[in-house]
Design a protein around this ligand. Structure first.
Ligand SMILES: [Zn+2]
Length: 542
């Protein structure tokens, strides 16, 4: 009897879930396509008319998730615990989170958007004043990168930091408001909510970053010594007199060019699109259909950056680029097509909701893994871009450069992650101190004596792209884990060229599963281990 009633409860709830999905898909599929295609058009033409259509379509799309009756149904299904079929359960979890994030009073959401818009305006209108001259962020970066005059560097750095006091109070108010929204939805703060609603457990992410901190600390201390020696010489100052403005960018988020290799000269006479197409075809992931729909070169009014978009989760995948024959665009086209093959080789028999990446950082991992090949001498040799002689000449500097870049970047992301987490846990604390505590601990850069300014507020991501930064680093960790798995188990060819088995493996273990598994389960099934920092450390530290 008991068995019978359990069974029938499960059947009843699973049927309700099937019905929900069928109504949901009828609504969402055309709206999803509409927002994707109008956004694509707007990014190409840049006209007000196209931007208007795109804004309208994305509003209509997100409106679906504010439906309170639909959420009520999802909550009942979730709380019943009776939906057990793995595919149905996974869709239930994803849809529940997608709706939950939108179940707040619309007045609270509009207030949040208004506060964000106001803060954004202040960032946009701010110009650093240096010796009576107004300078843009790019001009500040240009001085920090190229000047060797300590006084000029300090003036530029301090000038830029004057945006801090302009926005700091507003950001604290916004942080409290975001926390209020999170509390109303049952989360202890906005950081926890952001991670959980994107399918990440904050404790799990923190544990991975702790592991990475442990694995990189000693090596970073040593490399930081090399970096400081390099800078002391460059600026003709004592190592102990090095200050935050001596690190060639506003946040020491990029590494200095201690071992310069001129990659651009190798690509001057190359066609990055042709190289990328040949490479992907060689590993069994032909990209002709993606390239045929893409918009690859510069045009007036067009978005000047690059992205990849899945228009319908049914094979219409495109990338927007502004390709030139240089190493930056070689990296970019390999990167964007990495996103492209992830989407294009998805399993079309999966339900719509699951025809997506396991997480945004898992598709970033694939894109990064392939993008890096643009500066990999082995790849450049196998693709006919350089010869054996040239390869031997640059190989050592290439790997040292990559190692430095990755380590510097990983320490910087630690600052962002720890700062944001702690800020949302207690926005009333001394944030100026918290910021410098993190910078000193993870980046080994000392606070200028006596400084007490809201320097944390100068990083626009803290205000406007909250609680996302760590995903860039998780993407790198996974890129390393996959790369080492593939080069250990699938092929000994370190640059993948011509290895069809690489494409077959990625298709089967990463692309086809889509979002059907929790990201860490997908990673475990693909590599035999959950996401961890060991392989990143093996690739870039030891
Ligand atoms: Zn990307």
């Amino acid at each position: 009897m008991l068995l019978f009633s359990c069974k029938s409860e499960q059947e009843k709830m699973e049927n309700r879930m099937r019905k929900f999905i069928s109504i949901f898909e009828t609504k969402i599929i055309p709206l999803y396509r509409e927002q994707a295609i109008t956004s694509w058009n707007a990014n190409i033409s840049g006209t007000d008319a196209d931007l208007g259509l795109s804004e309208k379509a994305s509003f209509e799309y997100s409106k679906v998730f504010t439906d309170t009756d639909a959420f009520k149904e999802l909550r009942e299904l979730k709380e019943s615990g009776a939906v057990k079929d793995p595919l149905l359960l996974r869709q239930l979890d994803l849809l529940y989170d997608a709706y939950l994030g939108n179940q707040v009073d619309t007045s609270l959401i509009s207030l949040r958007l208004k506060m964000e818009t106001e803060i954004n305006k202040k960032y946009l209108n701010f110009r650093a004043k240096v010796k009576g001259k107004e300078l843009s962020d790019n001009q500040i970066e240009d001085i920090l990168r190229n000047s060797t005059n300590s006084e000029e560097l300090q003036a530029a750095w301090e000038g830029h930091k004057m945006i801090g006091p302009v926005v700091a109070e507003d950001i604290i108010e916004l942080v409290k408001h975001r926390n209020l929204i999170a509390n109303k939805l049952g989360f202890s703060n906005f950081h926890e909510m952001s991670l959980k609603l994107s399918g990440q457990d904050p404790a799990e992410v923190t544990a991975i970053l702790d592991e990475l901190d442990n694995l990189t600390r000693d090596n970073f201390i040593q490399l930081k010594g090399d970096i400081d020696a390099y800078y002391a010489k460059r600026y003709r100052v004592k190592v102990t007199d090095l200050s935050p403005w001596h690190y060639q960018n506003r946040y020491f988020q990029e590494a200095p060019e201690i071992y310069p290799v001129d990659f651009d000269k190798y690509y001057e006479k190359q066609d990055p699109v042709k190289l990328a197409a040949t490479f992907y075809d060689g590993i069994g992931l032909n990209v002709d259909a993606i390239l045929a729909k893409s918009d690859l070169y510069e045009k007036p009014g067009k978005n000047q950056h690059a992205f990849c978009t899945d228009i319908d989760r049914a094979g219409d995948v495109r990338t927007l680029d502004n390709i030139l024959p240089d190493s930056y665009w070689m990296n970019t086209i390999l990167h964007e097509l990495g996103h492209g093959v992830y989407s294009y080789y998805n399993d079309m028999t999966l339900p719509f909701t699951l025809r997506d990446a396991a997480h945004t950082f898992t598709t970033e991992a694939i894109a990064n893994m392939f993008g890096k090949l643009a500066k990999d001498p082995e790849w450049m040799l196998n693709m006919g871009i350089i010869d054996q002689n040239e390869k031997e000449k640059i190989a050592d500097d290439c790997s040292k450069t990559l190692r430095l870049e990755m380590l510097v970047f990983s320490r910087w992301v630690q600052v962002m992650y720890r700062f944001e987490k702690s800020m949302y846990e207690n926005p009333g604390q001394d944030l100026n101190k918290l910021w410098w505590d993190m910078v000193e601990k993870y980046q080994l850069i000392s606070k200028p004596e006596g400084r007490n300014m809201p320097d944390w507020a100068t990083k626009i991501h803290v205000a406007l792209y909250p609680c996302y930064y760590h995903n860039y680093l998780l993407g790198e960790l996974l890129a390393s884990q996959l790369y080492i798995y593939i080069t250990t188990n699938i092929t000994k060819n370190l640059s993948f060229t011509g290895e069809k088995a690489v494409g077959a493996y990625l298709k089967e273990k990463v692309f086809m599963p889509g979002a059907r598994y929790y990201w860490n389960d997908m990673i475990e099934k693909a590599t035999g281990e959950k996401l961890n920092a060991k392989y990143y450390a093996r690739q870039f530290v030891q």
